[in-house]
Design a protein around this ligand. Structure first.
Ligand SMILES: *Cc1c(COP(=O)(O)O)cnc(C)c1O
Length: 295
């Protein structure tokens, strides 16, 4: 029998936690250090990322500009409601106009006299990577405290920043753990390359010798269930099962999908008698969006 452990990053204390909270904490250290007073970022207004960025901006009284892709549904969600509540300005545009729109907003804010700071969507970049290099140290500490060794780490992988940080952490700490990112949307070739580039960029900035190969990156795109935000009956049943038996909320877009994908992966690869760590990357407001679908 496998033993499954949870790292509850959903319980990080700021704004319903999650991996975006881990990343944003470091971004805002940098923002405050550089004395910026306007934060510009990209993402769906329903995203965990935009919720946390706009909450931090409200806390520190900074102007918050969010560039969001137009979506046909335009349905309000818990996150999009919170983004509004935190007072962020949301500018929507077509996906193909994202780059120019971001640049226009930056220029406009600079003209207005703001000292601007741009955060890539999802908190991508070396600072975001750093958050999960740090998380890997927490994981090593957990192992030592509990006298266990994890054979596998599974987590939901989106932009790949979380996974890149874990891979760097594994490298720095000479760990043998298998890190498996379960894709929530993107395909393997594209995202493995993005993760590889994130690792490389971080290693270069921190002058760490890098011998990580593209083929060492385990980004599994077999369980995307039709694409970003899509889910199936098995995912809903997984969410129900984990909530009933462990009291842990998983959502349909990220953690529920990844936990289901992990279970399938374990079955298909006949993984037995291993210590497995599942990183709960957050998304509590999304859990409540879909609460009534869990029956
Ligand atoms: C954004 C997000 C992810 C994906 O993280 P990446 O670093 O972009 O790969 C996973 N889980 C949750 C809950 C998220 O909000």
């Amino acid at each position: 029998m496998n033993s499954i452990y949870f790292l509850r990053d959903d319980l990080l204390p700021f704004s319903f936690g999650g991996n975006k909270a881990r990343k944003a904490e470091l971004f805002f250290k940098d923002i405050l250090k550089k004395k910026c007073n306007c934060v510009i970022t990209y993402g769906s207004k329903a995203s965990n990322h935009c919720r946390i960025i706009s909450n931090y901006c409200a806390k520190y009284n900074l102007d918050c500009q969010i560039i969001s892709p137009l979506d046909e549904e335009q349905k309000d969600t818990n996150n999009s409601y919170l983004v509004k509540f935190f007072g962020a300005t949301v500018t929507t545009c077509k996906v193909e106009d994202v780059k120019v729109t971001i640049q226009n907003v930056i220029n406009k804010k600079k003209e207005e006299g703001y000292n601007t700071y741009f955060i890539e969507g999802g908190g991508h970049g070396n600072i975001g990577t750093q958050a999960y290099v740090n998380a890997f140290s927490d994981i090593i500490e957990l192992e030592e405290k509990n006298n266990i060794k994890f054979d596998y780490i599974f987590h939901a992988s989106g932009t790949g920043t979380t996974q890149a940080g874990l891979i760097v952490g594994k490298h720095i700490n000479n760990s043998n753990v298998n890190i498996i990112g379960i894709s929530v949307a993107r395909n393997k070739d594209r995202c493995s390359k993005i993760i590889y580039d994130s690792v490389k960029s971080y290693m270069e900035e921190h002058k760490i010798k890098n011998n990580i190969k593209l083929e060492d990156i385990n980004f599994i795109d077999k369980y995307v269930a039709g694409g970003y935000g899509k889910y199936n009956e098995d995912i809903l049943n997984t969410i129900k099962d984990v909530l009933l038996n462990y009291g842990i909320p998983l959502d349909t877009t990220y953690t529920g999908k990844a936990f289901w994908g992990m279970k399938e992966y374990i079955k298909e690869n006949k993984i037995e008698n291993k210590n497995i760590l599942f990183i709960h990357t957050g998304g509590t407001p999304i859990f409540f969006d879909k609460l009534k679908e869990i029956k």
